[in-house]
Design a protein. Structure first.
Lengths: 181, 427
């Protein structure tokens, strides 16, 4: 397969860049804000009221964006004790099944979390995050992340299927896997 | 009947290599569907990831660990340890044991230890005329040492899942981990002195002084983390924030050893690990409620309590079970799936939950050394370009040492708990 298949079209590459950038901003923000809060609290005896809830939501965002990137590099934690010993073609076939499975589950999770956001939007169960920012704004990361993850697994399933038909090794197209990370 | 088939096929998907989080979520989704509840409940459960104040320490410590691994900190730490311990018989082997433990505590068992520390020390061991097999086994097994030292992620995760204070887990892990390091050190010392007759390097105050000066920034990290946490100046999440900030300033701004491009790469790499772990935690939380509804824990509880009658037997079975578990799945998935089920059972046998965590994690760590398929064996095989079979053989004696330590850790609860008692905690 050509470079296009491994790295994806320019749409995916643009998305990757956007993701990396966004993740860096989130992570640096997390470190800086957490540190500032400690300095303020321990040295000056005052803390930012909004900092703790915002930090907790940032952890969620970091986790979801991180999980998105993990999908992109095919690095989600999985059990590989069986697949390790399978021949290339069967491995690709099994990969097709598990990718489709993951894609469907994530599509359902997209729906589940989307309903959560809609409920929150209409009924304000959790109250506001900080000030006048409602909680659904932070929750909105969930359906977006799961939709993206679902799409990526769908893409991988197609790659697996192609590999199975052509008898190629899937691992070449799915990132290097944990042992070589 | 249909639900049975669905559940079995979900487990099959787990072993066929579907992502663990997808498998757990599918159980939660299917369970709530059976219960006739709306799917948004699963969404609510996933969102609960943002309600735990300790969770923030996982991305922060992981980020710090990756920064340390990417900079030249390992180099400086190794030089410092060599200057202190080099003159002891088996000195370099002991240096390997301790630096591996230090970095694994920060990196989790991500394999970074083997790649970075092993990559540094394996050639050094060979050049000091340690035999190849001894050295390979040491750096391979080194990847799982230090998992019980603060601030390792498995300790934090266990604390969160088993609802035990993370601080207590940090304290409880200290002596069991030290025991393992001492067993390894004594073993290396004896072999180096009597069997291999390795030449000792003389001790120089000047070398130590300059090595200390070079590593001064990194040497402050244990002081901040351990000192800050153990003396209760900082909460665990605060220590995490300080560590991440401090390591960032030292390695990126003071030493300038990490270019901007590598920094971006490192951030996404470290958060891949964090995202991978936290999404499993979220899916496990949503699955746990369903399991309770389906009375899985109670059934398991009745089964075990009905069949195993003594604490001793239970612990023995636990060791065996977790050893097999460690072969099958990784430490994070195992923790979130199995620990909620183990907790009520262990309480029935009067086992302290903090001690249970230490037993569980020390036991799981051995899974990384599993012959042929253990993650550490595979990573070392990749890093040192040696066949898996050869590494398996090299790691075997160390596996034996780990097993011996495991016996002490399991059947001597005070080893884990006495420090907590000294601190006036009711254990």
């Amino acid at each position: 397969m050509n470079k296009e298949a491994t790295q994806g079209s320019s749409f995916w590459r643009f998305l990757n860049l956007l993701e990396d950038g966004f993740l860096c901003v989130l992570l640096l923000g997390l470190v800086m804000l957490a540190f500032t809060q400690i300095v303020l609290r321990n040295l000056l005896g005052v803390g930012l009221v909004w900092a703790d809830p915002v930090l907790r939501q940032t952890v969620l965002w970091v986790a979801m964006v991180g999980a998105g990137i993990a999908t992109r590099e095919y690095r989600h934690i999985h059990v590989n004790i069986v697949t390790r010993f399978l021949p290339i073609r069967i491995k690709a076939g099994v990969g097709f099944l598990t990718d489709i499975f993951a894609s469907v589950v994530c599509a359902l999770l997209t729906y589940a979390t989307w309903s959560l956001v809609m409920d929150e939007y209409h009924y304000h169960v959790e109250g506001n995050l900080v000030g006048s920012v409602p909680m659904w704004v932070s929750q909105a990361i969930l359906p977006f992340a799961f939709a993206l993850i679902s799409l990526r697994f769908l893409r991988f399933s197609i790659i697996s299927l192609k590999c199975m038909i052509r008898g190629e090794d899937v691992s070449e197209f799915k990132g290097k896997g944990e042992a070589e990370a | 009947m249909i639900s049975m088939i669905v559940f079995i096929s979900i487990v099959v998907f787990l072993f066929l290599g579907a992502p663990v989080f997808a498998v757990l979520s599918s159980i939660a989704l299917f369970g709530f569907y059976l219960g006739g509840m709306h799917m948004s409940i699963v969404g609510t459960e996933v969102f609960r990831l943002s309600s735990n104040p300790v969770l923030i320490s996982i991305p922060l410590f992981t980020f710090a660990g990756f920064l340390l691994g990417e900079s030249k900190a390992p180099d400086r730490m190794v030089k410092f340890c060599q200057a202190i311990l080099g003159w002891v018989p088996g000195g370099l082997a002991i240096v390997t044991v301790f630096t591996c433990a230090f970095f694994t505590a920060f990196n989790g068992a991500s394999g970074v230890t083997i790649i970075v520390i092993g990559g540094l020390l394996y050639p050094a061991l060979l050049s000091e005329k340690y035999p190849e097999r001894f050295s390979l086994g040491l750096v391979t097994t080194g990847g799982c040492l230090g998992l019980l030292f603060a601030p390792s992620i498995p300790l934090i995760l266990y604390g969160i899942i088993a609802k035990q204070p993370v601080f207590d887990m940090f304290v409880a892990g200290f002596f069991p981990c030290l025991l393992v390091l001492c067993v390894f050190s004594v073993y290396s010392m004896l072999r180096a002195a009597y069997q291999y007759k390795i030449k000792r390097t003389p001790f120089h105050f000047r070398t130590l002084g300059s090595a200390f000066w070079l590593a001064k920034w990194e040497l402050m990290i244990p002081v901040i983390v351990l000192g800050g946490i153990y003396s209760s100046i900082f909460a665990v999440s605060e220590a995490a924030a300080i560590t991440a900030f401090y390591v960032f300033v030292v390695e990126v701004l003071i030493f300038r050893e990490i270019s901007l491009q590598r920094l971006v790469r490192l951030m996404s790499q470290s958060m891949i690990m964090v995202g991978g772990i936290l999404i499993i935690v979220a899916s496990a939380i949503s699955m746990a409620n369903f399991l309770i509804d389906a009375e899985v824990p109670t059934r398991l509880f009745d089964f075990i309590v009905g069949n195993i009658h003594s604490k001793f037997m239970f612990l023995l079975c636990l060791n065996g079970f977790v050893l097999i578990l460690g072969v099958l799945i990784d430490i994070f998935s195992a923790t979130v799936i199995v620990v909620p089920l183990l907790v009520p059972v262990a309480q029935q046998y009067d086992i302290n939950l903090v001690h249970l965590g230490i037993i569980f994690l020390a036991n799981m760590a051995m899974g990384y050394q599993t012959p042929l398929v253990g993650l550490d064996v595979l990573i070392a095989s990749f890093r040192f370009k040696k066949p898996v079979l050869e590494l398996t053989r090299a790691a075997l004696p160390y596996m034996g040492l780990l097993l011996i330590s495991q016996i002490f850790i399991t059947y001597w609860p005070d080893l884990s708990l006495f420090l907590l008692r000294l601190m006036g905690k009711p254990y």
